[in-house]
Structure formats: C-alpha cells, structure tokens
Write a protein that binds this ligand. Structure first.
Ligand code: NAD
Length: 530
C-alpha cells in the first residue's frame, strides 16, 4: 500500500468542482472517498464503503482534501500505480495550461532588519526564540506577489494534517510586523473560541509561516528541523493554492474539520505530557569568527550542541565543510575585509532570520619581538586582526543583536591583558584595546539589552597557535615535561579549547543573564593575574 498527499491530486480536490474533476480524471478505476477525519473514523468509513466491493477492480482510492492510496499484491505495482495516478492529475493541470506556475522576473526585495523584527515578534508571541527561514526563491516571491493566492491560503491548508505543523492559516505581512503578528494571534484565538468544546487547551498563538509580499515566504520553528518541515509544507502549499485559484478558487475544508485535526485528542494528550525539555540554546542564532580551528571551532561546536543555529566564519575555507546541515552555515571570510565581513553577517541573517549570540574570537599570535625590534607591519597586522576587525564585526552585528533574544556578545581576549609578557607588545596592546572596546560596548549596549562579556584564556594547547614543536621547546626551556608545562597554573590543570567553549556558552546563556562588562579568566589560575 502506498499513500501520498500528492500536490496535484489534493489541489484538484480542494476546488469547487473538485470531486467531479477527480471522477472525470480517473473514471471508475479509483474509489472516491469523501473527507472524514483521519484515524479510526476513516478506517471505519472505508470498511463500510468497501464491504461488498471487489477490490481487484480498483487501482487506488482518492480521499478528498487528503490524499491518494494505491495498492497491489506487490510493492512495485503499487508504486507504479501511484506514479500513474499522480501523473494523470498533473496531466489534467497541464491540459488546463496551469501546471507551470508563473514566475515573476523581478527579484525579491531584501530587508534583513525587518526579517529580524518579524522573527522577534513571532518568537515573543510563542514565548521562545525561533529560527525564521526565508524562502526568497522566484516561486515563493511570485506567490507572495500573486493577486489572490496569499489571501486564499488563509482559507486553509492543503490537507488538515498540515495544520498540526503549520496552523490552519499563515500570517500575511502587510506593514508593521509587530501589529501583523498581534493580528494573527487575535485571529487564531477567535478560531479557537469558535470551535472549542470548553475543555480544550488553546495552543500557542504564534504563526508557523508567513507570506511577505515582494520578499517571499518565511517559515518559523524553534529548531532547524521544525522550521524545515514548515518550509517544505509551505513550498507545496503555495503551488497547490495557485492551482486551486486557477481552477475556480482554493476551497479548503471547513474550519471545523481543520480544528478537529489540530486539536485531536491525542495531540492534546501530548501537550499535557509537556514534551521533552528543549536544548538550552534552542532557537538561538550564533555567529562565531575564527571557527575553523581551536577555540573558535570548539565554541561553534558547543553552541550548536546546545541547540543554537551556528554561522561559522574563518579565513580557512575548511570552515565550509566543518559546518554544514540545516542548523549550520560555514562562511569563508577574512574578518579584516570589511565588505566580506558585512556580507557574512548578512548571510547569517538571511539564512536563519536574525542574530542572538556573537563570539568574536578570530585572532593571531605574532611571534615574540622586543619593542626595539618591533616592525610596523607586525604591529599593524596584530592591531588589524586582533582589534580593528572586532570593531567592524560589532558594527555589522549590533543592529541585529538589538533585535535578538537575550542577546550576548562574548569577546575572546587573553591573559595577556591583565598579565602581559615581554616580547608581546603587538599582541598584548591589541588585546588590551579589544578589552577596552568590549567595556565601552557593555556600557553602550546594556540599555538595549545586549550583554558584552570578556574571556581571558591562557595556555590553551589544543589550538593552532600551539604546535607540538613550540610546546616541546617551551617545556624544555622551563625544565618541565610537556604535561607539567601544560598544567603550569595554580590549579595544576590543563585548559582545552572545549573548556573555553563551555565558558563562552555559559556567558551566552541564561547563567550570565544579569552580567555584563565582566572579564573572566579561564587559565587554571595565574599567579600574576591573581
Ligand atoms: P587557532 O589558530 O587555532 O584559531 C584561530 C582561527 O582564526 C584560525 O582558524 C584562523 O584561520 C582564524 N583567523 C585568523 N585570522 C583570521 C582572519 N583575518 N579572518 C578570519 N579568520 C581568521 O588559535 P586559537 O588559540 O583557537 O585562537 C582563538 C582566539 O583565542 C584568538 O583570538 C587568540 O588570541 C585567543 N587566545 C588563545 C590562547 C591559546 O592559548 N590558544 C590564549 C589566549 C587567547
């Protein structure tokens, strides 16, 4: 037995002439079943409809407003029948000249700040941060510009099952996104009140997807997986609705039927169980620089492991293969190149809808040189990478962070700030400047709700800065073994990139919700610092 919700078949059935059209297409080769609620009621209806039926006469069943079944004695035949039945529905749309949907040649308009505001409004309505996945493909943008289809989509989904994931209707963005989201919540509450029996619990009132004229379609979800499901459903919905409109008007099921599925007893039971506890940074969006190696890589990996969607930047193109998947984006970017940096921040917002966490980490450690020998090039390069690029990054990110959820900036400075070493003028001066920049940022951004805290790592050996040779050489000079040298601090512990990353996650999360402008060492205790 095969079962699909094939777009063409369901779209045809969701029109005024739907049932008659389905019968014309398939003749008596399929059994046409009027809509009933999926589950036991449907099973019983089929049982009663088919009690005295010769099954061998049929290739399949069309469940109006729901989908298609095919069956046969072997899987391959059943599969072929499915392909054939769906193909016939598509041919019907081709004959009508409507299968290929119009695509407007003008590209989408882009407005990333409004996207971030939309994301914030939806997340606030939900009570949790969400990812906002923008689909600005030519198909989605054409749909958003269609004269009637966006309004038509408000009449209901392709099939009621979709309502569980998408709610019965999308948000239509008209102007002020905060007001639009409020309007959606009001409409959803009214829908609930119209249909509740008085014992049901109203689900949250946040939209799951939005039609944004001229920009495309946006899917929301607390995880990349959920947002991906909604993206997929929306992509199918926008085709089906346009076909429905071309066939005389999209005619979804009556609201009461949608409500019955969305508020199905078993779905409500799941709510009462409360579901599993979300990951600590679920729905958050983080950007990390210098993420192809060492501390930056560990930060990006740990933020991701804690549920955040991560945008990882590095000079080294390896970052693009290290961070792939629905919840990660690796971008090759030299942070000292202003244009590339701004483009990478824009890519982050375009991909996930906003920004909540920034770990500004990329840095270089110029070889030791006494001031008398310190050349301008070394000095300038250290200042450019270790200080000025961080300012450029803050400038590009702050407008989005201000629209984020409990937004936080974590600055990776160095033990060299409180305890500089001889021969490290270029590095220590840049890191001290970076720390001062972070302190000013804490003052400026605090009133806007953005926290800025600084980490001072020391002697983190599993990083690119410390090669095995450098390490062995240093240990020898101090008359220690490598292991002794690694743990040469008050606590006698060695510090790993992962340790620093866990601290960065803590600073980005609720533990540090009421702390800003702090400088925290992660060095096992350094006598000079203490
Ligand atoms: P690392 O060399 O392993 O990682 C640094 C990463 O930054 C590399 O992937 C590199 O490609 C990237 N990078 C360098 N310049 C860049 C640029 N212009 N644009 C984009 N990416 C660039 O070193 P790490 O130890 O993980 O260093 C991370 C940060 O931690 C640095 O700011 C460093 O100063 C700081 N830090 C490290 C230690 C330590 O002991 N490892 C101690 C104190 C502070």
């Amino acid at each position: 037995v095969d079962h699909t919700h094939a777009d063409a078949v369901v779209a045809i059935s969701n029109t005024p002439d739907g049932e008659a059209a389905i019968r014309r297409i398939y003749g008596d080769r399929v059994l046409v079943v009027p809509y009933v609620m999926p589950g036991f009621v449907l099973a019983r209806t089929i049982h009663e409809l088919t009690r005295n039926l010769d099954w061998s006469r049929y290739e399949g069943m069309v469940l109006l407003h729901h989908g298609v079944f095919t069956f046969a004695d072997d899987a391959h035949t059943s599969y072929e029948r499915m392909i054939r039945l769906v193909g016939e529905a598509e041919a019907y749309l081709r004959d009508k000249g409507i299968f290929e949907l119009p695509v407007s040649p003008e590209p989408a308009r882009e407005d990333l700040l409004t996207l971030a505001r939309l994301r914030r409004a939806v997340g606030r309505q939900l009570g949790a941060p969400v990812l906002a996945r923008l689909n600005a493909s030519p198909e989605a943008v054409s749909f958003s510009r269609h004269a009637s289809a966006p309004e038509a989509a408000r009449r209901g989904p392709v099939t009621p099952d979709h309502a569980i994931q998408t709610k019965p209707f999308p948000l239509l963005v008209h102007g002020d996104v905060e007001q639009d989201v409020e309007g959606f919540a009001g409409a959803y509450r009214d829908y609930f009140v119209r249909h509740t029996d008085g014992h049901l619990t109203c689900l949250d009132t946040a939209p799951r997807w939005a039609v944004w004229p001229d920009h495309g379609v946006v899917a929301f979800g607390t995880t990349a997986k959920r947002a991906g499901i909604v993206t997929d459903i929306a992509r199918h919905t926008l085709r089906a609705v346009q076909w429905g409109e071309a066939l005389g008007g999209w005619t979804a099921l009556p609201e009461a039927d949608l409500f019955a599925v969305e508020y199905w007893e078993l779905e409500q039971a799941k709510l009462k169980l409360g579901g599993s506890k979300p990951a600590p940074l679920e729905g958050k969006i983080a950007l990390v620089t210098g993420a192809a190696s060492g501390i930056g890589r560990a930060c990006a990996e740990r933020l991701r492991a804690q549920g955040a969607a991560v945008v990882a930047l590095d000079l080294n193109a390896k970052v693009e293969t290290l961070f792939t998947g629905a919840d990660a984006l690796g971008v090759t970017c030299d942070v000292t190149d202003r244009g590339a940096l701004e483009a990478a921040v824009a890519a982050a917002v375009r991909t996930f809808g906003g920004l909540d966490i920034l770990v500004t980490n990329a840095g270089i450690f110029p070889g030791g040189k006494a001031i008398a020998e310190l050349d301008d090039a070394t000095w300038n390069q250290s200042l450019e990478v270790n200080l000025t690029s961080h300012l450029a990054l803050l400038r590009a990110c702050v407008p989005y962070l201000e629209l984020g959820f409990d937004p936080a900036i974590v600055v990776i400075a160095s033990k060299n700030v409180p305890a500089p070493g001889p021969g490290q003028a270029a590095y220590s001066a840049a890191k001290a400047g970076l720390t001062q920049l972070a302190r000013v940022a804490a003052l400026e951004l605090g009133p806007k709700g953005v926290r800025v805290n600084v980490l001072h790592p020391n002697a983190v050996f599993d990083t690119g800065i410390w090669s095995e040779d450098v390490l062995a050489d240093r240990a020898r000079r101090y008359g220690m073994s490598v292991e002794q040298y690694k743990a040469n601090n008050v606590l006698g512990v060695s510090i790993t990139a992962r340790d620093v990353a866990e601290m960065a996650c803590a600073m980005a999360g609720p533990l540090f919700a009421k702390t800003t402008g702090a400088q925290v060492p992660i060095d096992g205790g350094n006598e000079r610092v203490i």
